[in-house]
Design a protein around this ligand. Structure first.
Ligand code: SF4
Length: 406
């Protein structure tokens, strides 16, 4: 069977930075050793390696009492198989097939359905974040294989209330087309994205599958038109609420500095340092949110003018990271809220870093992105707390959430 691979362009040419990576993705993770790899390690013919594997393996029980094998990280959080040259000794000496599956696959995320394989890249990887920030076409979709570039000819797969993989890809493609619609202002694109999400969330796929195709066609047609007039005026009331809506996001962020995810202190320390330079942690959240928004318009507008792909690519990379649109139409609103909260978090931290002075804004933007991506892989508490706070402020609907991202 010929498998068609659909992936963003930067993943088609992905190369790990190896020793040049400013961090390492092996550090500070709970690295699962999958059962086939654990078996291979236990039975390895070389006694020296067998002993190394035994020492490097930790057996635990997860919350449900299931046995789990993990790499036994060193006290400083680094991997015991990491060499002094900052390379993986397993890969170097035994080949990638002896590495745990997660190490082989990271930063790729893959879903397979029949002859279709969809690949994404995790923002938790420095190389992925740098590509998303630095290369305008990084998130362009590439297709290799037999199907060809259109996925919209899907034959209404019977997946009940769940999106089939082809449908998820077609939805994501529409979202990316909206986010990256040149000639439309960023606020206009966000408004259209919010409208799309609202309609998508209302679909009843098990009753009427063709309605998804009709929805995608309708939004594709809207995208061929010029930007509607009056978007800025229509958004004025939402913009006026932005400081209020930023407060729950900021509170969730500040909480991360006080209650770090166990064993994952790097994120809390990074956030604290970024916000401390501006005295944000001492300020009342309302005042801090006002200050950060003022800084955002002062610092970000020139940058965005020079790098028009910055916001669209970041939002698209987050859509990959958060697996937008989810499994079912029911998931869509949650994924959108998570995307907006994650985007607003990135913006807050990036502005804080810029205001404190950085030599290279692109590198700073990428660093905030990969640290955020890594934190999201470890813990969703940040976005969940932010979403709960927004719901309490009466801003759970996509049209209200948009104010956080304009
Ligand atoms: S974060 Fe990415 S670039 Fe860095 S070591 Fe891991 S895979 Fe390689």
């Amino acid at each position: 069977m010929t498998v068609t691979i659909v992936q963003p362009r930067h993943m088609a040419g992905f190369a790990c930075l190896g020793p040049d990576c400013p961090d390492t993705c092996c550090k500070d993770w709970a690295v699962d050793v999958d059962p086939p790899t654990a078996r291979l390690w236990r039975r390895h013919p070389d006694p020296v390696w067998r002993a190394r594997f035994e020492a490097g393996l930790r057996r635990v029980r997860d919350g449900k009492g299931e046995a789990r094998a993990l790499v036994a990280m060193r006290a400083d959080g680094s991997c015991p198989f990491h060499g002094e040259d900052r390379l993986c000794t397993i890969q170097k000496e035994l080949g990638a097939s002896a590495m745990p599956w997660i190490c082989r696959v990271f930063p790729r995320g893959e879903e397979r359905e029949g002859d279709l394989l969809a690949r994404t890249g995790s923002l938790a990887c420095v190389a992925v974040a740098r590509a998303a920030i630095g290369e305008a076409d990084a998130l362009d979709e590439t297709v290799e294989g037999s199907i060809g570039p259109t996925l919209l000819g899907f034959g209404a797969p019977d997946a009940g209330e769940r999106f089939a993989l082809r449908e998820r890809l077609a939805v994501r493609r529409t979202v990316f087309a909206i986010l990256r619609r040149s000639g439309w202002s960023w606020p206009a694109r966000l408004v259209l994205f919010a409208l799309f999400v609202e309609e998508l969330g209302r679909l009843e796929l098990h009753r009427d599958r063709a309605s998804l195709l009709a929805l995608l066609d309708r939004f594709a047609a809207v995208l061929r038109l010029a930007e509607p007039e009056g978007v800025a005026d229509a958004l004025a009331p939402a913009r006026a609420r932005a400081p209020l809506l930023l407060v729950p996001v900021l509170r969730a962020l500040l909480e991360a500095t006080r209650v770090p995810v166990p064993g994952k202190v790097a994120w809390g320390a990074f956030v604290a340092a970024a916000l401390d330079r501006l005295g944000i942690r001492e300020a009342a959240p309302e005042e801090a949110a006002e200050r950060l928004l003022a800084l955002a318009s002062e610092r970000l507008e020139p940058l965005v003018a020079a790098m028009p792909h910055l916001f669209p690519n970041l939002a698209a990379a987050l859509a990959h990271q958060l697996r937008f649109p989810g499994e079912r139409p029911n998931d869509v609103l949650d994924r959108f809220a998570a995307l907006v909260v994650a985007f607003a978090t990135w913006r807050l931290l990036f502005v804080a870093r810029l205001a404190a002075g950085v030599a290279d804004p692109r590198e700073a933007a990428a660093e905030v992105a990969w640290r955020l991506g890594r934190h999201l892989l470890h813990s969703r508490a940040l976005v969940e707390r932010g979403i709960e706070g927004l719901a309490r402020a009466g801003a759970r609907a996509p049209a209200a959430l948009v104010a956080l991202a304009v």
